[in-house]
Design a protein around this ligand. Structure first.
Ligand code: NAD
Length: 477
């Protein structure tokens, strides 16, 4: 008998009405580990009704009390780190150090937003003695949160925490590949004092649940994190309903190394930029732009950093498996595309095999050098540990190449020239620029895309404005 992962609705576990489940496979071993609910429209409707019924009480609760509950939630997340982390590790295959960092961030979102529930309340607008005018920020109501599989709890927390802090209730849909940890998160929310129905999780396939959510009139906003295609499909439904969306989509981020950079630090950071989470990272630095004058020296350093990585199922591996089989196959298809376009890997370029784990889904971290920005590998998001090294001449050339992409999520700059850093950061078409390291930023720093990487913002104080709608009250005295 396998564990069954069910939805969590109105404070309790909910099995799918039609009894359908799908198998969940452990990416580290290729073995089945659980059965995941394949919920249908009836289950979605129940979850949304539950969130709608809980709305009034949660919205009208004194904000400081909501904040206290969210802080308590953060504390219980830290206390439950091992249980939550183990569920997510089994679903994703993440190594221990990555999982620990993501658990810390998950708790931080509830602590941060729990502490700033009142920060964005509204203003008084002076129109002389005959008027009292003010603005207030009202919650939308029931928010749908649709999530990908690459960092399930982290991405869930960054949308759910500000949504709850501002008085909305939530129906969250994890990826069908990584549902278990989010269901557990909803269960422990009740222990923290989050009232039943305020935070529901509906488990199942996006093609069924996404449209059922978007068409339901109780859903007043959707925060979607995932790929371009599903984001566009949601956008079509949203256009008909005038349904507000936050879209956090994919990327093909440029990571630019200038000749005045600390090359050792840049080689280390640029390796992490495309191999963290085995490259399954929306803001991964997968177009590595390197100034011609240092190109060969830098590529040697990069190859030696990449060669030192350890791919495997162990907790101390530097890279774990690819989380879904479809993604594992998709990444391999890019090796064939690279070959057809005349590229040879400088290192990697194949499936990584590990004795005892022959059925696991491992890919060798891969560097292609001599890539031009018009090649398929430089245009498309691969979402795996593959980097394209693209040479450039000078600052203007670097900017031209970096901005020549349909995406605009993240970017990196490596340089010790502070003037150049600010000039380039101002011109880059990307939502987040990181200088002299390549990281995911902080809970407190806004995250979101330019161009086809999406719109709206998660993280930071500004996210509060994306989970509320502004109302003016004009009083003639
Ligand atoms: P995906 O688009 O396949 O799935 C994301 C979610 O959408 C899943 O829960 C899925 O079930 C659901 N879904 C699928 N079809 C849908 C539809 N028609 N309507 C509504 N929902 C639907 O993405 P994925 O493969 O799970 O994740 C990888 C993608 O997510 C990459 O493109 C990555 O860049 C992106 N991502 C972006 C960010 C960011 O912050 N910008 C963060 C993480 C991942």
């Amino acid at each position: 008998m396998f564990v069954k992962v069910n939805s969590f609705v109105d404070g309790r576990s909910l099995a799918p009405a039609d009894g359908q489940y799908v198998d969940k496979i452990d990416p580290r071993t290729g073995a089945k580990i659980s059965e995941v609910a394949n919920s249908g429209p009836k289950d979605v409707a129940l979850a949304i009704e539950s969130a709608a019924s809980a709305l009034q009480g949660w919205r009208d609760m004194r904000p400081a009390e909501r904040g206290r509950i969210l802080n308590e939630f953060g504390r219980i997340i830290r206390q439950s780190e091992n249980t939550l982390g183990a569920l997510e590790k089994a679903d994703t295959g993440k190594p221990g150090s990555e999982m620990a960092a993501l658990m810390d961030l998950t708790a931080q979102y509830f602590e941060f937003y729990g502490g700033i529930v009142n920060v964005m309340d509204g203003d008084v607008i002076n129109q002389g003695p005959d008027y009292h005018i003010y603005t207030r920020r009202d919650p939308f109501g029931v928010i749908g949160v649709i999530l990908p599989w690459n960092a399930p709890l982290h991405q869930a927390a960054r949308a759910i925490a500000p949504a709850l802090a501002t008085g909305n209730t939530v129906v969250a849909k994890p990826s069908e590949h990584t549902s278990a940890s989010l269901v557990e998160l909803a269960r422990i929310a009740v222990l923290a004092g989050v009232p039943a129905g305020v935070f529901n999780v509906i488990v199942g396939k996006g093609s069924v649940i996404g449209p059922a959510m978007a068409h339901n009139p109780h859903i007043r906003k959707i925060s979607f994190t995932g790929g371009l295609r599903a984001g566009q499909e949601l956008g079509h439904i949203a256009a008909d309903r005038i349904l507000p969306l936050t879209l956090e989509l994919g990327g093909k981020s440029a990571n630019i190394v200038f000749d005045d950079a600390d090359l050792d630090a840049a080689a280390k950071g640029s390796t992490k930029a495309f191999t963290w989470n085995s490259g399954q990272w929306c803001a991964a630095g997968t177009r590595l732009l390197v100034q011609e004058s240092i190109h060969d020296r830098f590529v040697d350093k990069l190859i030696s950093e990449v060669g030192a990585l350890r791919v495997g199922p162990e907790d101390d591996s530097t890279s774990g498996p690819i989380t879904t089989h479809a993604q594992f196959e998709k990444i391999q298809s890019y090796f064939a595309i690279a070959e057809r376009e005349g590229l040879k890997p400088a290192i990697g370029g194949k499936v990584a095999t590990r004795a005892g784990y022959e059925n696991g889904w491992y890919i060798e971290p891969t560097v292609y050098s001599g890539v031009t920005n018009d090649m398929t590998l430089a245009r498309e998001e691969i979402f795996g540990p593959i980097v394209c090294v693209i040479p450039f001449k000078d600052e203007a050339d670097a900017l031209r190449i970096a901005n020549d992409s349909e995406f605009g999520l993240g970017a990196g700059i490596w340089s010790r020239d502070i003037g150049r850093v600010h000039r380039v950061a101002a011109q880059l078409e990307a939502g987040r620029i990181v200088v002299n390291e390549y990281s995911g930023g902080f809970v407190q720093t806004p995250c979101g895309g330019f161009k086809q990487s999406g719109y709206g913002r998660e993280q930071g104080i500004d996210a509060l404005s994306h989970y509320t709608q502004l109302k003016s009250v004009i009083i003639r005295l």
